[in-house]
Design a protein around this ligand. Sequence first.
Ligand code: SF4
Length: 378
Amino acid sequence: MRHLYVHVPFCQRRCSYCDFSIAVRKRIPAREYVDAVLRELKLLGTTDPGGGEALETLYLGGGTPSLLPPEAIAALLTSLRDAFHVTPSRDDVEITLEANPEDVTPQNARAWRHAGINRVSLGAQSFDDRVLQWMHRSHDASRIGDAVRTLRAAGFDNISLDLIFALPAELERDWARDLDLACSLHPAHLSLYGLTVEERTPLARWISRGATAAPDDDRYAEEYLLAHSRLAACGYQFYEVSNAARDGRRSRHNSAYWSGLAYLGLGPAAHSFDGRVRRWNRSAWESYRRAVSAGLPAVQAAEVLTEEQRELERLYLALRTDRGLPLASLSRPLPPSTAHWVEQVWAEISDGRLVCRPEGWLRLDALIRDLTGVGRAG
Ligand code: SF4
């Protein structure tokens, strides 16, 4: 296991579109949380959770990991480094913290850097205060630039911004302006997510009672393609469906997922994968905490992937990235229908690989169906 994900479930409120497994708390139970994660690690019953391999990436995601006090983050990282035998002199481990802009104070940023964090992923989402309020975000637009400058002053040069696009038309969100403002901050990395409607969210309720319009496929495609052209002009390269980087600053952690590599997940709702079996933890914080405190496994369920599932997943993951799918890895020749993809310039064949273009990424499910005769929703 060279890749470790740690899920921090706490948020101060729920965003209007979010169905993640979170625990909304005014007071963050930091000590209980750190103890629970370390207890889970101990319950794995090994002195070498990396299985003899050197840790390459560690990702604190959530939730809102930046709500943990910096001393709790430092204590957690120290213990995880010890457990994975990462010596303090090693500075090549990519250690990412997901943060909300309002948590980025000079004091926190310095403490995070001191604790070993070297990459921060900021949940910016939009630079329009009306939109941020609609999303129930707790920051305003001016905090995003402040956060980036504060992080840089503390020594962070690997900063990523998350943005959400394809919002309902009535918001009249100016997507081009948001992209330009994001570029003007020169983050190393950008992650762009199209709005999706998840059950049991405020957004789903607004749509069901007609208070807001459902996301629109045409708007999604238009804004997605606009992002490609705008970000390319600013020097960013999309290396995955939703992720763009400049100067090669790709997320090494997420790239491991897209390469189908093994990873270990700790914390409530965290997933783990060993190349064949996917496991996931109890999702509710209290249930997770009680289980590990009682010495019970955090894992709620597991799924052994069949050969067919692994192959389908391999195709999906390969085609999500700009490396594409090596044709030599296919068990049969490309079906004639894929010629249509090349003609339409939705995909290209380059160096023996089938690589999606942005228009192809918009149609990824259809491409997989053409390749395999099967596909999955979503
Ligand atoms: S901050 Fe992130 S995890 Fe928390 S509610 Fe908002 S979108 Fe969900």
